[in-house]
Design a binder for this molecule. Structure first.
Ligand SMILES: NC(=O)c1ccc[n+]([C@@H]2O[C@H](COP(=O)([O-])OP(=O)(O)OC[C@H]3O[C@@H](n4cnc5c(N)ncnc54)[C@H](O)[C@@H]3O)[C@@H](O)[C@H]2O)c1
Ligand SMILES: O[C@H]1[C@H](O)[C@@H](O)[C@H](O)[C@@H](O)[C@H]1O
Length: 340
């Protein structure tokens, strides 16, 4: 296929609406053809804005002949059913993270894709397309800072479902660091411990913040402070410490104000402005892949295997949170379809 890719979108909430906006105005070679959301009014609104058709049956939308590729941005527990339907229809599918919230759900997706015999699934771990993270990876891979020793990560949201189960802080939020750390370092995480301070009052009973300490196979240590009810803004930090230097993400800010004897860099209040370029690049990369029979390699994009591993690691961290102890992690063998 070398023509325009017609995308079927499932989920028209915050992310679905943003993806529809990008596909319609900032990504070349794609259009949104149909949209489904259980909330019909939302689907209608986003469909109107992007010139798509609102549909009332998600499985028919996925199977529809006019739909070339499927984008899933519905809530976490609904991903599996839609990804499996896209694989059954033989269509490329970009699924927002997490691939599925349980390891068993991710396994069913791996089994279906392996039986299909070709990779169709991409997982929306968009940080792999962020210019800052790409530069960190380049610096490490080119030997600019020597061998990696420690990766410091901070992931803060102003507010995020106060009172949600404490495990969600890991499976829905820290899962980004679990994915991006193994991608950056190019090796697997083999041990996890989770520490919690006194919970923030704004978290409404959720254990938040949480401090994840992870160890990789070669002995690099990763610390992740994830604090999703931090109040003040949306912020993601990352510093990689190597044997001969360090490299750190800068927090992009459109302006710096100087007044009253100080400087102020503004922070966004959610992920969309912070990762705007990452979302755009992720979608462009996915659309380019869907248009060609053989997508360009190597690719930073996360496969179903990466989605499986992220959920596997998240579950190990939940176990570490619940037991208070270190949890040793041994991944199953990577199926042949996902060998590099
Ligand atoms: N990559 C990222 O940075 C990022 C950022 C935010 C959210 N996400 C992920 O994107 C997904 C959507 O998050 P959001 O922030 O847009 O949430 P949201 O609550 O704004 O939107 C979710 C939408 O899914 C719809 N929905 C619920 N059940 C459905 C079903 N069975 N079928 C179809 N639609 C259904 C809801 O009506 C809602 O409109 C989640 O999986 C989330 O984890 C990823
Ligand atoms: O679903 C969102 C999204 O993945 C964001 O990137 C993350 O910062 C939030 O914590 C999470 O709730």
């Amino acid at each position: 296929m070398n023509r325009e890719v017609t995308v079927g979108l499932i989920g028209a909430g915050v992310m679905g609406a943003d993806h529809a906006r990008l596909l319609s105005g900032a990504v070349a070679g794609a259009r949104v053809g149909g949209i489904y959301d259980v909330d019909e009014a939302r689907a209608r609104r986003v469909a109107q804005d992007s010139g798509a058709r609102p549909l009332i049956d998600p499985l028919k939308l996925i199977a529809d002949e006019s739909i070339d590729a499927v984008l899933i941005a519905s809530s976490d527990p609904t991903h599996e059913e839609y990804v499996l339907a896209a694989i059954a229809a033989g269509k490329p599918v970009l699924c927002e993270k997490p691939l599925a919230p349980t390891v068993a759900g991710c396994q069913r997706i791996l089994d279906a894709e392996t039986a299909y015999g070709r990779r169709l699934v991409t997982v929306g771990f968009m940080r792999r397309h962020d210019p800052g993270y790409l530069e960190l990876k380049r610096a490490l891979d080119d030997g600019d800072i020597g061998a990696p020793l420690v990766l410091h990560c901070v992931h803060r949201n102003p507010t995020n479902n106060p009172g949600q189960p404490s495990s969600n802080v890991i499976t829905n939020s820290a899962v980004h660091e679990l994915d991006v750390s193994r991608w950056l370092l190019g090796e697997e995480i083999v041990e996890a411990t989770v520490h919690t301070p006194r919970p923030a009052r704004a978290a409404g009973g959720t254990a938040d913040p949480q401090l994840l300490i992870l160890r990789t196979a070669s002995g690099t240590l990763i610390d992740v402070e994830v604090f999703v009810n931090a109040g003040y803004g949306y912020e993601v930090r990352c510093e990689l410490v190597g044997e001969t230097g360090t490299v750190q993400l800068d927090t992009p800010s459109a302006t710096v104000a100087r007044r009253g004897g100080g400087t102020t860099r503004s922070l966004p209040m959610d992920w969309r402005p912070r990762f705007a370029e990452a979302y755009r690049a992720e979608l462009q990369h996915w659309v380019d892949g869907a248009r060609r029979a053989n997508p360009p390699a190597p690719s930073p994009a996360a496969t179903a295997w990466d989605g499986y591993v992220a959920t596997y690691l998240a579950q190990a961290c939940v176990q570490a949170f619940e037991t208070g102890g270190p949890v040793a992690i041994e991944l199953p063998n990577r199926p042949a379809l996902y060998q590099p």
